[in-house]
Design a protein around this ligand. Structure first.
Ligand code: FEO
Ligand code: CA
Ligand code: CA
Length: 629
């Protein structure tokens, strides 16, 4: 595929085109029960309903209680779908850009150049491109944001090159520097929020930053290279998509479509089975392999196996070495939702965003308690994959050597293959997971599955329609919810239902109309980003079709909505500019500002006609400065 064909494709879309999955046919009526079981239609469930039924009031923190008291569950008037090149928020709210691709993080960084997208020199001293998952940390009175830069759009980063394809090692270095993670301090002044340029918290983590491998796979022969014969030190974190945070104040960045950075300088290069399963191919998206042998699978075949992990970063220490936590498995990690079991074990939910892949859970062996050491909590633990049964229950199936015939290290490196051996349920592209802070339940956005059965991929499982993935040609997506048995995220059993099936009731009368909490006033497709606020409202961000035509008529641009888990009600809060995906959400320490990511907008957002389109983190506030979550 030529780079021109990839113009403005999100990385997910690019990977979808290049790494298709298999499928089968059929329609499972389980969905009707799944939709009517609980939630927006009321009723009682088998597991885990206690905290949910208890209601938010008993569990709210003080700020959350103030927010609830100040405006109820939806403290905004829903807005209409939009098709223009800017951001819209409800009446009584305002927004402003905080940081844009190319903005300096350090005093010596160059100013942004709209003609070239910036030079290679200094490209690791600026805010990178394609903002994605983020978290804000309050550290000693400072507010520090960690933000992912999932990918780089070659045509805007290298506008002088044909199709934006790197032509030199310098071009490759520039793209490598513009991706990864930014960590920086922000502050609010009379003119709003801005970066504290040169703060000691500020750092860039790129495709070239040294980091440490830890956990069961560290040091394994499959992770050794000529440059790292011990298999414990790796350069760079790749395709940082969603994120998460730990109770001990670290940032978790998630490596998603790492496969697309690797290629071969040998046309007839053989591909082992794991490369096929993970989509590592002879062709890459950025031609890194032509200028950086580390990305050439002909010369460094183990390098791809050193990526696809969750990476822990300490935002309080700009000199700290990021750690790739292999215990959490290797797949196309979307994001993480970290919570605690009642006994203090750390529970991490994780999705693998590809058609026909799975939903995972990690449970630590040790217990989290403030003041007790946390360094092993993401190294020593058990990894599970979800099986959803048609009786609306399910099980977290542990990936053990006995069940998979693989070693502990192999399970962590070839996690997809391990999961296939234990009967996990294939899903319609698991994007973000989220855990409700006021009820014991988890959510996963299954964004869509537009190509079920059309493009088989070697090594994956068949993908028939099944309970949580009930539609054959799923162009709209759905959100599945699970209720851990005994209100314990450490339980191996759960009940489940569908919180919402997106659809278009103005076009369809069948399952493609969506569930009953979808109506002409809140149309959306392809739920992707998802996060709860402290009041228990679920914020839903979309990354889908923004043609506003045909099956997508009335949906407009990508957007952010708020959902009430108890009633099922979903209302549109924000719309993004044309071409953009809305992804990434966090709050200021005082919860009076929400920060939202605008990724890969079309020009002229936000700088106006004739300027390059720039991924941007925006701040949204209420005009009366009341709480926003
Ligand atoms: Fe990077 Fe699956 O979104
Ligand atoms: Ca996503
Ligand atoms: Ca997506």
């Amino acid at each position: 595929m030529k780079a021109t064909d990839t113009h403005r494709l999100s990385w997910d879309e690019w990977d979808e085109l290049n790494d298709p999955r298999p499928a089968e046919s059929g329609f499972d009526r389980v969905v009707e029960r799944a939709l009517s079981r609980r939630g927006f239609l009321g009723g009682v469930i088998a597991f885990g309903s206690g905290a949910a039924v208890m209601g938010a009031g008993t569990l709210l923190s003080a700020p959350a209680a103030e927010a609830a008291a100040s405006g109820g569950r939806f403290a905004f008037a829903p807005i209409q779908a939009q098709t223009d090149h800017t951001v819209h928020v409800p009446e009584g709210y305002n927004w402003q850009p905080v940081v844009k691709w190319g903005d300096p993080l350090f005093a010596d960084a160059p100013a942004f150049d709209h003609a070239t997208g910036g030079s290679a020199e200094g490209s690791d001293r600026i805010f990178g491109e394609n903002t994605d998952g983020m978290e804000l940390f309050e550290i000693g009175g400072h507010q520090v944001i960690a933000v992912n830069h999932e990918t780089a759009n070659p045509e805007v980063n290298l506008p002088q090159n044909t199709d934006g394809v790197p032509a030199t090692a310098e071009d490759v270095a520039k793209l490598q520097n513009l991706q990864g993670v930014s960590v920086f301090e922000i502050a609010e002044g009379p003119d709003g929020w801005s970066v504290v340029v040169g703060s000691p918290f500020n750092r860039r983590i790129t495709h070239r930053t040294p980091m440490r491998l830890s956990g069961p796979a560290a040091g394994h022969a499959l992770l050794k290279t000529a440059a790292d014969p011990e298999g414990v030190t790796v350069l760079g974190t790749l395709n940082n998509c969603g994120a998460g945070r730990t109770p001990w104040g670290t940032y978790l960045t998630c490596e998603e479509n790492f496969n697309g950075y690797f290629g071969s300088t040998v046309a007839e290069q053989d591909l082992p089975d794991d490369f096929k399963r993970y989509g590592v191919d002879r062709e890459s998206r950025y031609a890194y392999e032509k200028f950086d042998p580390r990305f050439d699978i002909a010369t460094t075949p183990n390098e791809p196996r050193r990526h696809g992990y969750i990476v822990e970063i300490d935002p309080a220490d700009a000199a700290s070495v990021p750690v790739k936590r292999t215990a959490l498995g290797r797949f196309k990690h979307e994001n993480t939702a970290v919570t605690l079991a009642p006994d203090g074990r750390v529970v991490v939910y994780m999705g693998d965003d590809e058609r026909g892949e799975f939903l995972y859970r990690y449970v630590s062996d040790g217990f989290y308690a403030p003041g007790v050491g946390t360094s092993r909590l993401l190294d020593d633990g058990r990894l599970y994959v979800a099986r959803f049964d048609d009786d609306l229950t399910g099980e977290w199936v542990e990936l053990t050597p006995e069940a998979t015939g693989m070693s502990e290290a192999e399970i962590r490196i070839f996690t997809r293959m391990a999961a296939s051996k234990v009967g996990a349920t294939t899903m319609d592209r698991p994007e973000w997971v989220a855990v409700n802070p006021v009820a014991v339940e988890g959510y996963c956005a299954l964004t869509n599955n537009k190509n079920r059965g059309k493009k088989p991929n070697e090594g994956g499982d068949p993908t028939p329609v099944n309970g949580p993935n009930p539609r054959e040609a799923n162009e709209y997506g759905q959100i599945v919810r699970w209720y851990p048995e005994d209100d314990d995220h450490g339980s191996d059993r759960f009940g489940w239902d569908l919180y919402v099936m997106a659809g278009n009731p103005t076009v369809h009368k069948d399952a493609y109309a969506g569930s009953k909490n979808v109506n002409a006033g809140n149309l959306f497709n392809s739920p992707d980003g998802m996060k709860f606020d402290t009041t228990g409202l679920l914020w839903i961000q979309t990354d889908g079709e923004d043609t506003n035509e045909g099956d997508f008529a009335g949906m407009g641009n990508n957007q952010m909505l708020a959902g009430d888990p108890a009633t099922g009600q979903i209302e549109r809060f924000m719309t993004g500019p044309l071409g953009a995906e809305v992804t990434g959400l966090t709050w200021s320490a005082d919860r009076r500002t929400m920060f939202v990511g605008i990724q890969h907008p079309a020009a002229p957002f936000p700088d106006g006609t004739g300027k390059l389109p720039r991924s941007t983190v925006i701040a949204i506030k209420r005009n009366d400065n009341a709480l926003v979550g």
